[in-house]
Design a protein around this ligand. Structure first.
Ligand code: GLN
Length: 322
């Protein structure tokens, strides 16, 4: 049956309006000083189906830095450059149940490798595996991958990069520990510079939705069907998003929303709903990518209104993979 776009749009507009009031309950991230300049009341969502169907609502045109969502794409590119087994020999695929920048969890791990590529320790390790002698060389394939998917080259937000670099005590501490256990393949300063730059790539929710669509489509371009990301790598990334993507709220997100997702401290979330076969009265049956932005965060560092909105939409449209 033909889904009525105006009808769906009306629902999404109502939901965004309703959940916008929850932005007041959250706080902006302040440990990267420049992030405090965001507008706490913003909330927006963009959904792009594998079939091209798109719905957007709320504050849709706000650019923000990708932050931890970049960890998904660094991991993907590292797997494409070095091979999956090489990367997984150096970083595990287990959730921590701890904060994204936890130091404690590094030491208790017997295996001497970080838990997963989406906590800072694992992400910094993966960044060190990227080919290239400078941070720009290391990041070039990530920019290229994004350009292939988005149709334009995203910019680097220099101010956020510098703001984070100046206030990077915790990430440096993690970095030194990684040097000590022999995790890093490139020198610490270069690795951290690359990591801060990857976190400072500027996107908007439409971009996140589009990137998510490619993951929903198992790494293939939705128009040409050409492989952009190998299927095995796309699946691994989605499994990690489901188990480790929402920091120490990943279990709850899997239970109550039930789709792979990754958040960042600037308030962005990328979510991926794979294709479904049941109930053809629902939208996005062929799968979709979802981008959310709401910079007011909960205690775990996830967009407070963004999560509530996703939970509602996933329930209404039966998106859970379970
Ligand atoms: N750049 C941030 C950091 O490393 C990213 C963290 C995040 O988005 N959770 O602290």
């Amino acid at each position: 049956i033909e889904l009525n776009k105006d009808w769906l749009q009306g629902y999404v507009d109502d939901w965004v309006k309703f959940y916008s009031k929850h932005t007041k309950e959250g706080e902006l991230a302040s440990y990267i000083p420049l992030l405090t300049q965001s507008n706490k009341e913003h909330l927006g969502i963009s959904i792009t189906g594998v079939d091209g169907f798109t719905i957007e609502s709320g504050n849709v045109d706000i650019p923000f830095t990708i932050q931890s969502i970049s960890k998904v794409f660094t991991f993907i590119v590292a797997c494409m450059e070095r091979g999956v087994s090489y990367v997984l020999d150096r970083v595990d695929v287990e959730p921590t149940g701890a904060a994204f920048n936890s130091i404690m969890h590094l030491e208790v791990k017997q295996l001497k490798k970080p838990f997963n590529p989406f906590v800072n320790a694992g992400a910094i390790t993966v960044t060190s595996l990227l080919n290239g002698k400078t941070s720009d060389e290391k990041l070039e394939p990530i920019f290229q991958l994004m350009e292939t998917i988005l149709g334009y080259r995203p910019r680097l937000n220099q101010e956020v990069f510098e703001s984070e670099k100046e206030t990077s005590i915790r990430n440096r501490a993690i970095g030194y520990y990684l040097v000590e256990i022999g995790s890093l393949e490139s020198e610490l300063d270069l690795t951290l510079e690359t990591y801060f730059k990857q976190c400072s790539i500027e996107v908007c929710i439409k971009d996140l939705a589009r990137l998510g669509t490619i993951l929903a489509n198992d790494g293939k371009d939705t128009d040409s069907d050409q492989e952009i990301i190998p299927k095995q790598v796309a699946r691994l990334a989605k499994a990690l998003m489901l188990t480790c993507g929402m920091y120490d709220a990943s279990g709850k997100f899997a239970a109550y929303v039930g789709i792979p997702a990754k958040s960042g401290v600037s308030g962005g979330i990328i979510a991926v709903a794979p294709p479904r076969t049941r109930n053809e009265n629902l939208p996005f049956l062929e799968g979709c990518g979802i981008g959310v932005y709401g910079p007011a965060l909960d205690k775990q560092g996830n967009s407070i209104a963004g999560i509530k909105l996703l939970r509602h939409i996933a329930k209404q449209w039966d998106l859970s993979i379970f």
